[in-house]
Structure formats: C-alpha cells, structure tokens
Design a protein around this ligand. Sequence first.
Ligand SMILES: Cc1cc2nc3c(=O)[nH]c(=O)nc-3n(C[C@H](O)[C@H](O)[C@H](O)COP(=O)(O)OP(=O)(O)OC[C@H]3O[C@@H](n4cnc5c(N)ncnc54)[C@H](O)[C@@H]3O)c2cc1C
Length: 58
Amino acid sequence: MDTPSVIIVGAGLRAPIGCLFWAVAVSVPVWNGYMDGALQSGARAANEVLAVLGSAGA
Ligand SMILES: Cc1cc2nc3c(=O)[nH]c(=O)nc-3n(C[C@H](O)[C@H](O)[C@H](O)COP(=O)(O)OP(=O)(O)OC[C@H]3O[C@@H](n4cnc5c(N)ncnc54)[C@H](O)[C@@H]3O)c2cc1C
C-alpha cells in the first residue's frame, strides 16, 4: 500500500465512535506505521478523551 492510500484510510481510523477512541500507529499521517506514529496517536486519543470529559463536566 502506498503512502497516500494509508493516509486516506488513517483519517477514517481516527474518528471516535461513541465512547470508543482509537489509538493506532496506522491512523496518523506522519510516521504512519512506526513507533512515533503510535505515540502521536496515543497522545491525540488521550486529548480527545480529555476534551469529552471536560465538556461533560462543564
Ligand atoms: C518486526 C517489526 C519491527 C518493527 N520495527 C520498528 C522500528 O524499528 N521502528 C519503529 O518505529 N517501528 C517499528 N515497527 C512498528 C511498530 O512496532 C508499530 O508501529 C507499533 O508497535 C504500533 O503500535 P500500536 O499501538 O499502533 O499497535 P500494536 O503495537 O500492534 O498494539 C496493538 C495491541 O493490541 C492488541 N490487540 C489486538 N487485538 C486485540 C483485541 N481484540 N483485544 C485486545 N487487545 C488486542 C495486540 O495484542 C497488541 O498488543 C516494527 C514492527 C514490526 C512488526
């Protein structure tokens, strides 16, 4: 799979579904499929969860 295809798939993989938040190395546009990508996606998913928790408490 070439890089543009991976990026298109990754955008779909990033979208939360209800209370499910996705963190996976193949969901990022940069360092896709590498450890750096895994860390980026974990940080993004954690921030998404924090944003939802913050708005729930407001
Ligand atoms: C042989 C090899 C060498 C690599 N070398 C490098 C390298 O040198 N540098 C680099 O940057 N990257 C390297 N990578 C890539 C790197 O390992 C991955 O990008 C990174 O581990 C992906 O992290 P992740 O959290 O997205 O997924 P994963 O590390 O695959 O974690 C997914 C986890 O989910 C678990 N899981 C799956 N299904 C379920 C389920 N139904 N229920 C519960 N748990 C489940 C799996 O057991 C796994 O522990 C290498 C990969 C391989 C295979």
